[in-house]
Design a protein around this ligand. Structure first.
Ligand code: ME8
Length: 640
């Protein structure tokens, strides 16, 4: 039976970090677990490459959106490979085979009467050419702090309002559709308030899939991206998905919009949406804009990918928020992997070499057998509900029971005692330890895909670890007489301070490299202008100058941007790009005296580096009006 599961399609506006790794590792662990349960599990991850976020990130690097998306999506693919994450299906939303499916679903929705034309009103920053979702009239642009404008444009709308009752019925009849329960309740109360129709096209955006009906409209990113789950398996017998695994901030898109789009198009619905919590770093949500990001790469280099996967799934209750810290990571590694599993493996295998010439003896302790069998059940009960932490705790319950058992039996003493009874007791002790190790290793293989096969090989089991199925996993399966392999430590102890310092150093290095890749350094979020007073010194830091416009031309492909050369009393004129092209013609600007902010960091707009800002007044709904002078004043004079 198939089991098709997905991660979100990640935005390519920045390189991957451990937030993305968290979801992707969890999903791939589920795929491995489901295979052990006998399913043909197919794991999907992909990239969301359209929209203004990506367009703007590309602009900052001077690359075309396509080139930029190529670079970053390759980073994601490389990352999964390095972390032993096997991806079975993928899609990039820029792939033509995806476009076809998006247009197909749109057509179906249209034929079924769920698409209409209407006017969309939202907040827009003219200077940054940015839609500010969720902003109200009068709110500032998060990028530049200028007041956004209310814009109205003709859009295609999806008739989401027609699905309120149908969605509530879905949540009612399939209580598992949204998990965990807290997220389900949240979605239900949101939908109960009634749904509004949703604008699914934009005319101001260029970087997107064109609507099949009208070329100048492109699809709004969510209508585009969600369909990636289907287009990745187009023509196969895998849809509907059995599970969409996502972070909690995008639950509404997956549990409300997505099933409505599919119902409207007459396509089957996914079986389940599971939203996990946020991974916090230094008590804050990791995010590109806050700049408090941790990447998987330094952790992989210093501790190995399995250590990260184990930590994330053991430390955090899946579904709830949880904190990442380097110290906790190394701490867990040393206590659970080095001292727990690693130690059980090396002492057991070493003793079999030492006392029994590397051959598994006969025997087995019935009590430990009961613990092992109930652990096999407990892991399934937990993993079936994605309670990874609970399942892993159960495995460590078995490991510590065996540790205790070994200490009680003291095989090192038995080995020195003469007689049959001592010999049999030693045989049985060694078999018990090795069989418990075999079972623990098999149970852990979805979480330790790199290390579990190594322990397995040292145990000398003939069957490959990938072919282990829960139906056949039970106490007593280890063959007496089996020859074990050479003992090699799998989880060497790690020195905390040294490892943390190494990971922090690498993080800094990689973060600098990636800043180059995405064309910027992490910046603090700009402060929104408020009425709070500032010291005069702060004002004097701003270098305001009189500028004379020497040339002006519209920026190709943009309605809003004007490209100017402005004399501000320096040997070379400044290049300035400003969002004033709808308010002024190039002729009106030529030879005009304006006010320029001269000491701003340069920024790229449409590939042109702007070295200053032109001062203009604007009111809600109006066009910008340039500041100027009534009396004559030379270019370069300072305003104070
Ligand atoms: O939202 N903690 O893409 P995205 C936990 N393109 N998970 C995190 C995380 C964190 N701090 N940061 C990121 C998008 N994630 C859309 C999705 S799907 C049709 C379109 C994970 O690149 C988590 O899975 O912003 C979250 O939902 C996802 O990355 C957001 O990725």
């Amino acid at each position: 039976m198939k089991y098709y599961l997905t991660t979100p399609l990640y935005y390519v506006n920045a390189a991957p970090h451990i937030g993305h790794t968290y979801t992707t590792m969890a999903a791939e662990t589920i795929a491995r677990y489901k295979r052990m349960k006998g399913f043909d599990a197919v794991m999907f991850t992909g990239t969301d490459e359209h929209g203004q976020k990506v367009e703007r990130a590309a602009e900052a690097t001077g690359k075309s959106p396509q080139e930029f998306a190529d670079t970053i999506s390759a980073e994601f693919r490389k990352q999964w490979e390095k972390l032993n994450i096997r991806v079975d299906r993928t899609i990039r939303t820029t792939d033509p085979r995806h476009h076809k499916v998006v247009q197909w679903l749109f057509q179906r929705c249209m034929e079924n009467g769920f698409i209409h034309k209407g006017s969309y009103t939202g907040q827009y920053c003219v200077y940054d050419e940015l839609y500010v979702n969720d902003a109200k009239a009068g709110d500032a642009c998060p990028e530049c702090g200028r007041i956004t404008e209310t814009v109205t444009e003709e859009n295609y709308f999806f008739k989401l309002s027609a699905f309120t009752a149908k969605l509530l019925e879905l949540y009612e009849s399939q209580p598992d559709f949204i998990q965990p329960e807290s997220r389900r309740n949240e979605v239900i109360s949101f939908v109960r308030q009634g749904l509004h129709d949703l604008s699914i096209s934009r005319t101001t955006l260029k970087w997107g899939i064109p609507l099949p009906v009208e070329g100048k409209h492109v699809f709004y990113v969510w209508f585009d991206a969600l369909i990636g789950y289907m287009s990745a398996v187009d023509g196969e017998d895998l849809w509907p998905a059995d599970l969409h695994l996502i972070g909690k901030e995008i639950v509404r898109f997956h549990a409300v919009f997505w099933p409505a789009f599919l119902m409207a198009g007459g396509a089957p619905l996914p079986k389940q949406v599971f939203a996990h919590g946020w991974l916090l770093f230094e008590n804050d949500k990791m995010s590109k804009s806050r700049g408090n990001i941790v990447r998987a790469e330094p952790i992989r280099e210093v501790m190995g990918a399995d250590a990260l996967r184990y930590f994330l799934l053991r430390e955090i209750v899946f579904g709830q928020d949880g904190s990442f810290s380097y110290d906790a990571l190394v701490g867990r590694y040393n206590s659970d992997l080095a001292n727990g599993l690693g130690n059980l493996a090396s002492r057991t295998l070493t003793m079999i070499h030492q006392y029994r010439g590397g051959v598994v003896p006969e025997g087995g302790d019935a009590e430990i057998g009961v613990v092992a069998n109930s652990t096999i059940q407990a892991v399934q009960d937990a993993f079936d509900r994605f309670e990874f932490s609970k399942g892993l705790e159960a495995v460590w319950g078995l490991i510590s029971a065996v540790d205790k058992f070994i200490v009680q039996r003291a095989p090192w003493k038995l080995a020195k005692q003469p007689g049959d009874e001592a010999r049999q007791q030693l045989d049985s002790t060694l078999y018990t330890a090795a069989e418990a190790l075999r079972i623990a290793t098999a149970l852990l293989s979805p979480v330790l895909p790199q290390s579990a096969p190594k322990i397995w090989a040292q145990l000398g089991v003939a069957e490959s670890i990938e072919s282990v199925r829960f139906g056949a996993l039970e106490w007593g399966g280890l063959q007496a007489g089996q020859k074990i392999g050479e003992v090699v430590g799998v989880f060497p102890r790690i020195e905390l301070k040294e490892a943390v310092a190494k990971m922090r150093d690498l993080e800094e290095k990689i973060s600098a490299e990636q800043a180059v890749l995405v064309g910027k350094k992490p910046e603090a979020a700009p402060e929104t202008p408020q009425s709070s007073k500032i010291p005069a010194d702060d004002f004097f830091k701003i270098d305001l100058r009189v500028g004379l416009v020497l040339s002006a031309e519209r920026v190709k492909g943009s309605d809003k941007l004007m490209h100017m050369k402005v004399d501000i009393g320096e040997p070379e004129p400044r290049t300035i790009v400003a969002g004033i092209a709808e308010a002024y013609t190039p002729e009106q600007l030529l030879n005009r005296k304006v006010v320029i902010v001269a000491n701003l960091q340069p920024r790229k707009l449409r590939g042109i580096e702007s070295n200053g800002m032109i001062v203009a007044a604007s009111i809600e709904g109006g066009k910008p009006v340039l500041a100027g002078f009534h009396e004559d004043i030379p270019a370069g004079a300072r305003l104070k």
